[in-house]
Design a protein around this ligand. Structure first.
Ligand SMILES: C[S@@+](CC[C@H](N)C(=O)[O-])C[C@H]1O[C@@H](n2cnc3c(N)ncnc32)[C@H](O)[C@@H]1O
Length: 232
């Protein structure tokens, strides 16, 4: 594992216990709405096979299972054992039997080709430097007609909201994040990685180059989050 991957993995292992709490508070509970919209946009049918890459504490998997009323087979995959452990606790509490968890790297998916009806990745692709390779492997594991849904934090493009947001994101959020997570770098890494993430048009091109078609993106909450959908 290279240094960058090891840094990200260690960071998530360490912030895992406070991850859900900080997600909810720092986003003012918007994160749950964004995930709902992502799962909904994939227009899944009962009985679907779903892969939730970089599943973390399983919020997307749980949302998909709930929207499909448990009629789905869902795999949640993440390389941080700390995040998966928290996810597993949530699944045990809700007695969810539709979700299986795997400790694996998104760049080496342990699945055969054409297996899934949908691949989701929420707030994960930004942390993967070789995005082209990751998106190509998501394409490979999808059935023909399958959907890739990517949810990612983005930066509002212009206007006064951009300035206010950048002030909050670069100055306030790292202070709150490091106080609660007790991790000095994680919540400074967050704005840095978001600012480096390509704009929606550029990211859509990466999806197109991997083979996806009918690619759409929708900016939400003044552009601080973007949802991308592509079809195989
Ligand atoms: C910001 S969290 C998102 C978690 C979850 N999807 C959500 O909606 O809250 C990013 C997750 O991506 C995982 N991750 C980052 N790079 C990864 C990789 N190369 N392979 C597997 N998981 C990865 C991290 O361990 C972390 O759990």
């Amino acid at each position: 594992m290279n240094n960058e991957l090891a840094f990200v993995k260690d960071m998530f292992d360490r912030i895992a216990p406070k991850y859900d709490f900080l997600n909810r508070t720092l986003s003012l509970w918007q994160d749950t709405i964004w995930r709902k919209k992502m799962v909904n946009a994939a227009t899944l049918k009962p009985g679907s096979n779903i892969l939730d890459v970089a599943c973390g504490t399983c919020d997307v998997s749980i949302e998909a299972s709930s929207q499909l009323k448990g009629q789905a087979k869902i795999y949640g995959l993440d390389f941080s054992f700390g995040m998966l452990r928290l996810g597993k606790e949530k699944l045990n509490k809700s007695k969810n039997k539709t979700i299986s968890l795997l400790n694996a790297d998104a760049l080496n998916l342990p699945f055969k080709n054409k297996l899934f009806d949908a691949v989701f990745i929420a707030f994960g692709i930004r942390n993967i430097m070789d995005r082209q390779r990751a998106i190509r492997s998501f394409f490979d594991v999808l059935e023909n007609g399958g959907r890739l849904a990517v949810l990612e934090l983005t930066t509002p493009e212009k206007g006064i909201f951009r300035s206010i947001y950048l002030f909050y994101f670069q100055r306030i959020l790292p202070i709150i994040g490091s106080f609660f997570s007790k991790h000095t770098n994680a919540y400074s890494y967050l704005p840095e990685s978001v600012l480096k993430f390509p704009g929606p048009v550029e990211f859509s091109k990466i999806m197109k180059e991997a083979g996806f078609k009918d690619i759409r993106f929708k900016q939400m909450t003044f552009g601080i989050v973007t949802l991308f959908i592509g079809h195989k």
